[in-house]
Design a protein around this ligand. Structure first.
Ligand code: RFL
Length: 405
């Protein structure tokens, strides 16, 4: 089927990749450089894909994946190593240099949109096919050998793509998830009953660490992005519209919850973006339905508390890319057969740790059965933070899981 080409509306490709986020573009690059015929179909316009600010913390394993395929040049040139967390609690402040704990691994901070822009340039420079403003509407006949995708193209015209495999890299609300027939999968869902107001601020970081502040008014977080842009989070009541928060109110809450009076002021700047994120965990099993595979956020959604989502997307894209190359070029389907179970093992670990972080940082029940509290017992959260502050074994465990993907 190699070499057959078409416009955005109709065509064929051995692998149809839905979505040009980190998952879709890592996969597209792997397939293209191995010589597999593929096309990426993306709902948004090119400019939006290149500028959508989201994640920023990449674990060493995800960086190794990018390195193996020559996709980490920009990340190494412009990203910064990051290895310290600072917890601020009602009673104290403590720091964990997680890069020196556990397995001694750290993060590279590099804005997700920069990585996506690098991946896109690399893919297109290598001759990769991509169509923007082309929304997948449904994946059809995924249980057979010739799946197809119906699309709405740039001017609203309907179209149709046919292939041998479809890679669903189109996020939680994409067509891949929607196209799974009832009974073909199980949905595992947990609403953590916590919401965050996510903010991007045009100001340098205020700390040389990820800041996690636990406060009676709710959680506040600080994460570096670049020398001039910082991400902050404020826990907010469920259902709060993002616009309800004026800049004045945002800074007052951040200063209060981060305890600036005790630990130093925050570096202020205009708020560039504000989004409300409901903290949820959501996994579909299995990650394969016939010739349709789920990758990244389409496979599992995590709360951003432990910064795992983009990392999983990169690792799963590599696993699927290798398996597709083995199947299509070497007639070895074993990797495709193992894809779902392999990725679910990683997802399960990441979900568990992210849920543990949600519990650590908020007044919500722990991930599993609530612990037995005896009369007069302290609630579990302060004791978790205290154990983390004082126990080297707990710190090693934290560091290992915080950087693991
Ligand atoms: P993406 O990035 O959402 O890309 C999916 C792409 O699919 C397109 N699309 C469609 N295309 C065609 N047809 C359709 N019907 C389509 N429907 C959707 C979309 O336009 C989009 O281009 O998914 P992917 O590739 O799986 O990557 C996942 C990551 O983006 C996500 O997990 C992370 O951003 C999560 N996350 C973080 N992860 C980390 O590892 N570290 C972090 O520090 C971190 N911080 C964050 C985050 C997510 C956040 N939000 C948005 C909740 C911070 C925030 C605020």
């Amino acid at each position: 089927m190699r070499g057959r080409r078409a416009g955005a509306f109709h065509g064929t490709a051995d692998v149809i990749v839905l979505g040009a986020g980190p998952a879709g573009l890592v996969l597209g690059n792997l397939l293209r450089s191995a010589g597999v015929d593929c096309v990426v179909l993306e709902r948004s316009a090119r400019a939006e894909v290149r500028t959508r600010a989201r994640a920023g913390f990449f674990a060493e394993n995800a960086v190794r994946v990018l390195d193996r395929h020559g996709l980490a040049e920009g990340l190494h040139a412009n990203g910064r190593r990051h290895s310290v967390c600072e917890f601020r609690t009602p009673s104290c402040r403590f720091r964990l240099d997680y890069g020196r704990l556990g397995r001694g691994e750290s993060h590279t901070v590099y804005p997700q949109q920069e990585l996506v822009a690098d991946l896109l340039t690399r893919y297109e420079d290598g001759g990769g096919r991509i169509h923007f403003t082309t929304e997948a509407l449904a994946v059809l006949e995924a249980d057979g050998p010739r799946p197809s995708v119906t699309v709405r193209g740039p001017d609203g015209r309907p179209g149709h793509w046919r292939g041998r495999y479809v890679a669903g890299c189109d996020g939680r609300h994409g067509a891949s998830r929607r196209s799974l027939p009832p009974g073909a999968f199980r949905r595992h869902h947990r609403d953590h009953r916590v919401s965050w107001l996510g903010l991007l601020v045009a100001a340098p970081p205020s700390l040389d660490a990820v800041g996690y502040a636990v406060h009676a008014r709710g959680f506040a977080g600080h994460m570096a992005r670049t020398a001039d842009v910082t991400r902050y989070y404020l826990q907010c009541p469920r259902g709060t519209p993002a616009e309800a928060w004026s800049e004045e109110r945002i800074w007052a809450e951040l200063e209060l919850r981060m305890r600036s009076a005790a630990y130093g002021p925050l570096r202020r700047g205009p708020v560039l973006q504000r989004t409300v994120v409901d903290l949820e965990s959501d996994v579909l099993t299995p990650l394969r339905h016939g010739t349709l595979f789920l990758v990244g956020d389409a496979a599992s959604l995590l709360s951003p508390s432990a910064a795992k989502g983009a990392n999983l997307a990169v690792c799963e894209a590599e696993a699927l890319g290798r398996a597709l190359v083995d199947d299509l070029l070497h007639d070895r389907p074993v990797g495709l057969d193992a894809y779902s179970a392999r990725c679910l093992a990683r997802i399960r670990r990441a979900q568990w740790f992210s849920q543990w972080m949600v519990h650590l940082l908020h007044d919500v029940p722990p991930p599993h059965a609530p612990p037995l509290l005896l009369d007069g017992d302290a609630p579990p959260r302060p004791s978790c933070l205290d154990t983390l502050r004082t126990s080297r074994a707990e710190q090693d465990w934290f560091a290992e899981n915080y950087t693991r993907v």
